[in-house]
Design a protein around this ligand. Structure first.
Ligand code: ATP
Length: 432
């Protein structure tokens, strides 16, 4: 990243002082997403679409993270597992941006930590630039640490309070010997400017900055090594709503200027819609629906996605396509230690039938860029009464093996999208 490559500067209005306005304007960031282009508001759709021929950067297949649950007492025996992530597959193209959404505890952060290899996966593969990094040892991971960086949720705890901003941002440059020692300070200043901070504040400490400014420092640190992929875990949710829009705008600018790909983890569906051309919805450790923006926000087929979208407060509904009737889900999210059989969502699903307890629905491609894991996929009020998946799976309508049928060879559960998909109305394969 050279000085010439730097994006249009987003100089933080607070860059020359160390305080942000304490009282946010009454406008929510999501409202800003929906409406105008006045300063400080998020404008239009955010991250640019990756070119159609962009190469796959990250391909995650059947990723699993089962945390052992130990017994109390002297001998800590493993008595179960928290199935935090269980068979997750998706792809991110170079320069693309995939949003990961779902309720608290569904496995979003764990997925992010697996991809950055802060955690060792229990199973599955993480192909990054064509190489499986899921089982690499710490020493082998060092070069990879340059390519995949993480932006954390909490800008207060993710920066060492005893180090100056200059040494926080300069450390990776020194460790990886990116620039000669006598050029480190210049590069630190350049990075501070890229993220809209005053370059002369390199010798200040994190506590001299406001929350939004600290998140900018975290972003500068993540950019230091010129990464190909940024895993942003709730990057704005700890910030005041008026500051959220500014930081999202900064990320958007970085995304389009440097072509860096994003895995954008967030629970705010309006911000994700704005930032991510593609969105994956997780429930209890599984991806239940994934697709391009329109497929998820305009034509979602999974009852969980539909409930999630309907629960967005009114002020944000305008940002994601108008008012919807609230769908109230019964009960609590089951424990990931002992998840329900078959479809994990079935215990709270308003349309579940017997087959849902017996057979886990595959994440089935049902459109050019749309996959759903449901036996009864359909838009709200249009879910089929008979399972749409049995023909493909070789089952009868109750979910029992049909002796006259077998699973279709066209059933494709690999990450990414194929040229052919399952037409749920005609119940047959179709293509572009
Ligand atoms: N180190 C761990 N040991 C045991 N269980 C864990 C560990 N980390 C996460 N979990 C569990 O894994 C599940 C998924 O957690 P995760 O933090 O990935 O969810 P999340 O969707 O990111 O939620 P949030 O939005 O609240 O961060 C939760 O049940 C959580 O309690």
């Amino acid at each position: 990243m050279s000085a010439e490559q730097q994006p249009g500067r987003h100089v933080d209005p607070e860059a020359t002082t160390s305080t942000e306005p304490e009282a946010a304007p009454a406008q929510h960031a999501a409202t800003a997403v929906a409406t105008d282009g006045s300063p400080g508001h998020v404008q239009g759709h955010g991250a640019s679409e990756a070119p159609a021929d962009a190469k796959t950067l990250l391909s995650v297949e059947d990723l699993r993270m089962w945390f052992p649950v130990k017994s109390s007492g002297v001998i800590h025996r493993t008595v179960g597992h928290v199935q935090a992530v269980d068979g997750v597959s998706f792809e991110v193209a170079e320069g693309a941006s995939l949003g990961l959404v779902g309720e608290s505890g569904c496995g979003k952060s764990t997925t992010g930590k697996l991809i950055t290899r802060l955690l060792n996966p229990t199973g599955g593969s993480i192909n990054f630039q064509g190489r499986d990094i899921a089982t690499l040892k710490e020493r082998e991971l060092k070069p990879l640490r340059r390519e995949i960086q993480m932006i954390f949720q909490d800008p207060y705890t993710s920066l060492n309070p005893r180090h100056t901003v200059g040494s926080i941002i300069g450390a990776p440059l020194r460790i990886h010997k990116i620039v000669p020692e006598n050029k480190v300070l210049d590069r630190v200043r350049e990075l501070l400017e890229i993220v809209g901070l005053n370059p002369e504040h390199y010798n200040r400490f994190p506590n001299e900055f406001s929350g939004g400014q600290r998140q900018r420092i975290g972003i500068a640190r993540a950019l230091t090594l010129n990464p190909k992929l940024l895993v942003a875990d709730e990057p704005v949710s700890a910030l005041d709503v008026s500051i959220q829009a500014q930081v999202v705008n900064l990320l958007q600018s970085i995304q389009s200027e440097f072509g860096v790909a994003f895995l954008f983890i967030a629970h705010d569906l309006a911000i994700v819609r704005h930032f991510c051309p593609e969105v994956a919805v997780m429930y209890l450790g599984k991806v239940v629906e994934i697709g391009d923006r329109d497929s998820i926000y305009q034509r979602s087929m999974h009852p969980y996605t539909q409930a999630l979208l309907s629960a967005v407060p009114d002020v944000k509904q305008a940002a994601i396509g108008g008012r919807r009737e609230r769908i109230r889900l019964e009960g609590d999210v089951p424990s990931p230690i002992n998840p329900p059989s078959g479809c994990r969502f079935r215990t709270r699903c308003p349309i579940a039938q017997d087959i849902c307890a017996k057979v886990e629905p595959p994440l089935l491609q049902i459109g050019p860029k749309h996959k759903v894991a449901c036996h009864f996929p359909g838009t709200i009020g249009n879910h089929p009464t008979k399972p749409a998946t049995t023909g493909l799976l070789g089952l009868d309508a109750d979910g029992n093996a049909d002796p006259r049928a077998s699973a279709s060879s066209e059933l494709n559960t690999s990450p990414g999208y194929a040229d052919r998909w399952y037409d749920i109305d005609r119940q047959s394969m179709t293509g572009a």
